[in-house]
Design a protein around this ligand. Structure first.
Ligand SMILES: [Zn+2]
Length: 500
């Protein structure tokens, strides 16, 4: 593990963004070799919720600390890389975190954090953080061209086809998890309006539906869409998505961003969208480019099909397997190691034709997937061998990781003379090399033509954390709460997701 002394200064780091599990800081220090890097730190629940400040406050972790603290980076690159393809998986480099540095850093970042995220803080118990490439920018930027990045949290891209589903859970075959969850979020005050977005459309591979889904994300971004221009988060609106590619030059854009940043340093969830670049509308919008990339790249299709194939049994049946194992052994099940997750992924790939999975129509894919299980609802699942029961719980956990990840798409106008589109399997790559003991990152870039204009893009999957075996009861509880609330408030009168 790297100990990189140049990193341990508070003023070298700036708040970038955060989700529920992690917080991301951007390097702004003087060392050019870290210019394109971010630091990812785990968050934890606060033990002290008095709200009186951080000094003297302890943070507690609601999960067991990982024995092997570099497990997370190996899990992403080895296990998820095997399933999704290494080229789509974010590279992480573990770095040691001196305790004094971490607590000072947590204190310094607090004022920049949105109120809605402060129920958790930086986990002061972690001794390891992860350096990653800043995927909101390219390693090598063309002079004068801005880098645009869109982070999409696509969530569950399928309706379950589990043959094990009980009749009273039948709604899950018609309404997707995301759309049902929206109603629960309104009830608990997490959101005030329903999202227009439905993941089934985004994952459909049908251009009109994908475009609709992207527009819906722009209209109601919640925490599912973020926009960055030259590494700075910007408000999301139809105007900003339409106009940003028409910005005249990087220097102008930067000036406008700086003015905007002074007025409004960080977009908070629920803020009104603000036009930040007032320039003439151009013919190509960022939405057009995104739609084309999402259709052309194999990543979204692969992600959606893997989510579904690894969750063939649905959480109800997975929880049943979990209960058999826990009751038989009267102990908590140990968390899978990276090696065990890897074995699970390899066994899954052994029974799945991955090439066919990518090309089959939906019905064929689903029937192959069900047949590949080797057992059905007529079988007594308690009689399945213990290793097989464990295997299917672990498959479900892999699916949970893929349901919770984000996709970062970085785009730049291509002003090179060799304006010939390169398909996603033909890549050019850039490399950021740094001193020995420091990370080395590289990125795979593609060209794409949208309405006669050429663009360069890269597409990366981030936030690929391993999920915990002990979370299975929580997953079941949450699922039932969402479904019951949906049935109680909406019922089964709406059009099925993906039916339009
Ligand atoms: Zn839906």
């Amino acid at each position: 593990m790297a100990t990189i002394l140049e990193l341990y200064r508070i003023d070298y780091w700036k708040y970038r963004a955060e989700g529920n599990a992690n917080i991301v800081l951007q390097y702004i220090g003087p060392h050019s070799r870290f210019r394109n890097t971010v630091l990812r730190l785990r968050k934890a629940n606060r033990l002290d919720d008095s709200g009186t400040g951080l000094e003297g406050t302890n943070f507690g972790d609601d999960t067991m600390p990982m024995k092997n603290l570099t497990k997370e980076s190996h899990f992403a690159t080895e296990v998820i890389g095997l399933l999704l393809g290494q080229e789509f998986v974010e590279q992480l480099t573990a770095v040691a975190l001196p305790p004094g540095f971490l607590s000072s850093l947590a204190l310094a970042m607090e004022p920049s954090r949105p109120e809605s995220r402060r129920q958790k803080g930086i986990d002061l118990a972690q001794s390891v953080g992860f350096l990653a490439l800043d995927h909101t920018r390219f390693i090598k930027s063309s002079s004068g061209q801005s880098d645009f990045a869109v982070e999409i949290k696509p969530k569950w891209g399928f309706l379950t086809k589990s043959a094990f589903l009980r009749k009273d859970q039948d709604i899950k075959r018609r309404k997707c998890r995301f759309c049902m969850y929206q109603h629960q979020k309104i009830k608990t005050g997490q959101e005030y309006t329903l999202s227009k977005y439905c993941p089934i459309d985004l994952f459909s591979g049908i251009e009109l539906l994908v475009q609709d889904a992207v527009n819906s994300l722009v209209d109601t971004p919640q925490n599912n869409l973020r926009l960055f221009v030259d590494g700075l988060q910007q408000p999301v609106s139809r105007e900003s998505m339409t106009q940003c590619l028409s910005a005249p030059s990087k220097s102008t854009t930067t000036q406008l961003q700086e003015q905007q940043q002074k007025l409004k340093p960080q977009r908070m969830e629920g803020d009104d969208p603000v036009d930040y670049v007032k320039v003439d509308s151009g013919p190509v919008s960022l939405t057009d480019v995104l739609t084309k990339i999402l259709i052309e790249s194999p990543l979204l299709r692969r992600l959606g099909r893997l989510q579904q194939a690894l969750d063939s049994l649905d959480v109800e049946t997975v929880h049943q397997l979990y209960t058999y194992l826990v009751e038989r052994d009267s102990v908590h099940l140990p968390e899978p190691t990276v090696e065990e997750f890897l074995e699970t992924a390899e066994a899954f790939m052994g029974r799945t034709d991955m090439n066919a999975m990518m090309t089959e129509d939906q019905d064929t894919f689903e029937s192959h997937n069900a047949a590949g299980l080797g057992f059905g609802p007529e079988d007594d699942l308690e009689e399945l061998p213990k290793p097989l029961q464990l295997h299917f719980i672990r498959e479900f956990l892999l699916s949970a990781t893929l349901k919770d990840c984000s996709i970062l798409i970085t785009i730049q106008k291509d002003t090179s003379t060799a304006a010939v589109a390169t398909p996603p399997n033909a890549t050019s790559s850039s490399r950021l090399e740094v001193d020995a003991g420091s990370p080395e990152f590289h990125e795979a870039c593609h060209q794409i033509k949208v309405k006669e204009e050429m663009f360069v893009y890269k597409i990366t999957c981030i936030d690929l954390d391993p999920k915990k075996m002990t979370s299975v009861p929580m997953y079941l509880k949450k699922d039932r709460t969402i479904v019951n609330h949906y049935l109680a408030t909406v019922g089964d009168r709406e059009a099925a997701c993906g039916a339009n």
